[in-house]
Design a protein around this ligand. Structure first.
Ligand SMILES: *[C@@H]1O[C@H](CO)[C@@H](O)[C@H](O)[C@H]1NC(C)=O
Length: 140
């Protein structure tokens, strides 16, 4: 005796198709952006960058529009800030002078910070002329 299995094809319920009315709009925005800074050669510079939004957020740094090259002098801290020890003003690629931006990214997208200019001031401009000092000395 053959038994027939009756298979009932119940109409599928499309319950799961929720329209994006519940749009999870995960905004990503900067809490801290890097700012223009002028330092002396060999100074330490920390460029701040902090973004808020859905985690994980990845921070990357751009220098003059290209990814900043990390080294033992220049690297990104765990909080996203860029650390530069002993800023270099040597001409060419070695110079830390330039325009810095940070790029924050999570799974929804990426945002680019404002540009912050790092300028290395020359010490010579701040020297007090020796002649003035000598002239003001009247002796005992
Ligand atoms: C990250 O840490 C450094 C060193 O502790 C600090 O100077 C900097 O302000 C911090 N950055 C932010 C975005 O809080």
């Amino acid at each position: 005796m053959a038994r027939f299995k009756r298979i009932l094809f119940q109409p599928l319920l499309f319950l799961a198709v929720l329209l994006p009315g519940v749009l999870c709009f995960s905004e990503l925005f900067f809490v801290k952006e890097p700012r223009d800074v002028t330092v002396l050669r060999k100074d330490v510079v920390i460029m701040d960058c902090q973004a808020q939004g859905e985690l994980p957020i990845r921070i990357r740094w751009l220098k003059n529009g290209s990814p900043a090259v990390e080294s033992d002098r220049v690297y990104q801290l765990s909080n996203g800030s860029l650390f530069i020890s002993e800023t270099e003003s040597r001409k060419g690629e070695k110079s830390d002078e330039g325009s810095y931006q940070c790029l924050a990214q999570n799974k929804y997208g990426a945002i680019l910070s404002q540009k912050a200019r790092l300028t290395i001031a020359s010490k010579f401009r701040t020297l007090v002329p020796l002649a003035v000092m000598a002239g003001s000395w009247d002796g005992p």
